[in-house]
Design a protein around this ligand. Structure first.
Ligand code: NAD
Length: 498
């Protein structure tokens, strides 16, 4: 059986813990490979490698660092098909969607190629007599990223591309469910010209995460995953003196106004709710319709669209989406469907027990649609992370907008309307971090910045874009003068520029 090993100092390193994680083929339900789960000592080895690479990398001029990222971008583009197939084989999303995952990563690498421009400091000539003040953005040192299963190409790139372009060296702890693409990224990064040890990958579970959070030589940690773990990572990492950003779960709402282009809204929402089997933090699993007529029309059209979706294996070119990631996840999603029905929501389409001929043990969940979901229901309050769309009925925009604003999660939200004034007001008022106006999945482009609010993100700095550069650098401010002749009296009061 294939084994996925750690990748430390530019080499594949076999694990020594004797503990392994199963990597499934979600289409068949079979274990297709094993992944090493690291010990504390193995995390330490990766940190040592990153530490050894730091002095040279952090003092390499920014343009030369950027050239490695340029080359890396080129290699990712050359290998996008192979990467997408590998990604699909462990994650289960259809290959075209995996290409999107890799492409979104490439977009961030492309952004990182321009980081020398953003890392420039500021300068004031003559802030006082003969005094100049300037600032520099310096790398933090050895830093780490801990990533979820659902975007094994894009999310590692959000973190390491920006951090490394800024002069840090990196330890990546990817999801143990689909770890092969992150290792491949590290191999390609070395091929692009990064010195050994600049990007290291250790696989593992809580043991390795805790080792990262407590390691005295790791200066910052970026995390993306579910909210309870994000909160734990934030609390533990900061308690150990680290800078931490920790993105969590989501429950994104799409509001459909009576003046929305209904055809567009349905087409957009069917993709956003069911694409990637709903396993996206920017999926749109809640539709809030405003007015009875809008609600009735939306549900009728959505039922028709969702019923006609093709669920297939990840290599099926005609499939709209593939299996979910694991048997445990399938069971969890099906449990939420049972809960929703028991709580009294109207189950219009039930995806439980979905099987595919020839792939009877695959982790498939059929498209599921609920109508008349109420905000008090547990199945509404929690993240399902599956191909389940819940429709909540509202009478007014105010009532509809209060739902995402009051929800525990605040990652993304969308409004479908032809009224610019209402959309503008909604975008300004809603208590959510990323807003789409007639855009169902408002993931900002790489040179803007990604991050939710409330329990969708702990910490105060977003991923990629200028915010990412701020997270991965610390600012140093220098006040200089070059006195000559009479150096004046001793000064006992705080110097001012009066
Ligand atoms: P997860 O929280 O189970 O795992 C994320 C990472 O944490 C993995 O690397 C995992 O190994 C590690 N981990 C798991 N259990 C741990 C524990 N007890 N202690 C320490 N570390 C632990 O998340 P997942 O299932 O891989 O990913 C799906 C979740 O990620 C969803 O909630 C989704 O909304 C969220 N997500 C959020 C964003 C965002 O930007 N807000 C993006 C993608 C995914």
């Amino acid at each position: 059986m294939r084994h996925v090993h750690h990748y430390i100092a530019g080499k594949s390193v076999e694990g020594t813990s004797g503990r392994f994680g199963d990597i499934y083929n979600p289409n068949t339900g079979e274990v297709q490979a094993k992944v090493d789960l690291a010990t504390e000592g193995e995390v330490d080895k990766a940190v040592e490698a990153a530490k050894a690479a730091l002095p040279e990398w952090s003092t390499t001029n920014p343009q030369r660092r950027a050239r490695v990222l340029f080359k890396f971008k080129d290699l990712l583009e050359q290998n996008i098909d192979e990467l997408a197939e590998l990604l699909s084989s462990e994650h289960g999303k259809v290959v075209a969607d995996s290409k999107g995952d890799v492409q979104r990563g490439i977009d961030v690498v492309e952004f990182a190629c321009g980081i020398p421009h953003l890392q420039k400091g500021e300068y004031t000539e003559g802030a006082g007599p003969g005094i100049d003040v300037y600032s520099m953005r310096q790398p933090l040192g050895v830093v780490a990223g801990i990533t979820p299963f659902n975007f094994p190409a894009m999310i590692p790139c959000w973190m390491f591309a920006v951090a490394i372009a800024c002069g840090n060296t990196f330890v990546l702890k990817p999801s143990e469910k689909d770890p092969s693409v992150p290792v491949r990224l590290a191999e390609l990064f070395l091929e692009a010209g990064a010195p050994e040890g600049v990007l290291n990958v250790v696989h593992g579970d809580k043991t390795s995460v805790d080792a990262i959070l407590k390691h005295p030589d790791i200066k910052a940690v970026s995390f993306v995953g579910s909210s309870d773990i994000a909160q734990y990572v934030y609390a533990t990492g900061t308690a150990h003196g680290k800078r931490v950003q920790a993105m969590g779960g989501a429950k994104n709402h799409g509001i459909i106004m009576p003046d929305a282009n209904m055809e567009q809204a349905v087409k957009d929402i069917v993709g956003a709710a069911y694409g990637s089997a709903g396993e996206r933090c920017m999926a749109l699993p809640v539709a809030v319709t405003v007015g009875k007529k809008t609600g009735d029309e939306f549900v009728e059209r959505m039922l028709d669209s969702a019923s006609n979706l093709k669920v297939g294996i990840s290599t099926d070119k005609d499939a709209h989406y593939g299996p979910v990631v694991s048997a445990a996840h399938k069971a969890k999603v099906e449990d939420y469907i049972r809960m929703g029905a028991e709580e009294g929501a109207e189950l219009k389409l039930d995806g439980r027990g979905h099987t595919l001929q020839g792939y009877e043990n695959g982790f498939f969940v059929g498209p599921t649609l609920f109508d008349y979901v109420k905000p008090e229901m547990k199945s509404y309050k929690e993240e399902i992370f599956g191909p389940v769309l819940q429709v909540v009925r509202a009478e007014t925009l105010e009532e509809a907008a209060a739902l995402p604003s009051n929800h525990q999660y605040g990652n993304g939200v969308a409004i479908f309307t032809s009224n610019g004034r209402a959309a503008r007001e909604f975008a300004a008022q809603v208590n959510v971090g990323m807003v789409g106006i007639n855009v169902p999945i408002p993931v900002p482009v790489s040179y803007h910045t990604f991050g939710g609010w409330k329990r969708s993100a702990f910490g105060d700095t977003n991923q990629h874009g200028p915010e990412g550069v701020r997270f991965w650098t610390k600012i140093k401010t220098v006040t200089q003068r070059w006195p000559e002749g009479d150096i004046g009296d001793q000064a006992f009061i705080i110097p001012t520029m009066q």
